[in-house]
Design a protein around this ligand. Structure first.
Ligand SMILES: C[S@@+](CC[C@H](N)C(=O)[O-])C[C@H]1O[C@@H](n2cnc3c(N)ncnc32)[C@H](O)[C@@H]1O
Length: 270
């Protein structure tokens, strides 16, 4: 029977819903696992949220306002929005979420509005690899890089970690995720954070899962802003390293930098 023969609003609505479901982007479908509290993704979210909460708990009472939060490839933004809306220090937070998928960006805006934090949480629909998006929000106090390191190439992970000090206030934290499928590169990611001037606050890899979540605090000296007036083209930012591979100094924030190509689909290692 053709759908037009059904003649009922219910059937048309069902057709429209089915068409909408098919039209949903890969990343919109990927986020549906968050609706299942027993999914690994929901577990990962709870760990990330507990780290965001712990970070806010640790912010000194005399910290200058606002507490700046930045999220790369933010998706639905549940990690930031849900905690900011319920935490006692949430009212001091100003957050910038950068997400490419229009439907997910709209979801995040709606979630922020429903939670009453839409004036504090700005959602930019754009390419999170481009540092220009972060210019108004850095130096940040908390940077989330969740669902990114499993979807970009190895060199791009390094480039991103090396760019993070330029985005961080001293004492700022970075919360990041990466799966541990073989070859598990989380040990080298953790080492790269140390080389870049961070100390490890926590690393959680719950038994029986491939997910892991890291929390690192920037203890190096913040950099001076770069003079970016001479170029509008994205450049790949990389700092000279010494022979051991350690960064010898903090790379200044470069608003013209492009940090990565997002090549993964969230299921297979990039
Ligand atoms: C694995 S999901 C992670 C989402 C969220 N951070 C989380 O942990 O739930 C990756 C997200 O990156 C988004 N994305 C992919 N390429 C992007 C890009 N170049 N800039 C911004 N977002 C991007 C996808 O739409 C998707 O929402």
């Amino acid at each position: 029977m053709a759908s037009g023969d059904r003649g009922s609003a219910g059937a048309e609505a069902a057709d429209a819903e089915a068409a909408g479901a098919e039209a949903a982007s890969h990343w919109v479908r990927w986020h549906r696992s968050y609706e299942d509290p027993g999914s690994p993704l929901a577990l990962r979210l709870r760990i990330v949220q507990s780290m965001v909460r712990a970070f806010l708990d640790s912010v000194p009472a005399d910290h200058p306002r606002p507490i700046r939060v930045v999220s790369f490839c933010a998706g639905q933004g549940r990690d930031v929005i849900d905690v900011v809306s319920e935490h006692p220090r949430g009212g001091e937070v100003v957050a910038l979420l950068v997400e490419l998928d229009p439907e997910l960006a709209a979801f995040a805006r709606r979630r922020a509005a429903d939670a009453g934090v839409h004036e504090q949480v700005r959602v930019v629909e754009g390419d999170a690899s481009l540092c220009r998006h972060y210019e108004p929000a850095v130096p940040a106090d908390l940077v989330l890089v969740c669902g990114v390191f499993g979807n970009i190439g190895r060199d791009d992970i390094t480039r991103t970690i090396q760019a993070l000090p330029g985005m961080c206030r001293q004492g700022a934290e970075v919360i990041w995720t990466r799966h541990r499928r073989p070859p598990d590169i989380t040990p080298s990611i953790r080492a790269e954070f140390l080389d870049a001037g961070f100390e490890e606050v926590a690393f959680e890899d719950p038994g029986g899962y491939v997910l892991s979540v890291g929390r690192h605090r920037f203890t190096g000296a913040p950099s001076e802003p770069s003079d970016s007036s001479d170029s509008s083209e994205p450049s790949h930012s990389s700092e000279p390293s010494d022979s051991s591979g350690s960064s010898s100094r903090v790379a200044p924030f470069d608003p013209n930098a492009k940090l990565f190509e997002f090549v993964g689909d969230g299921s297979r290692p990039a």
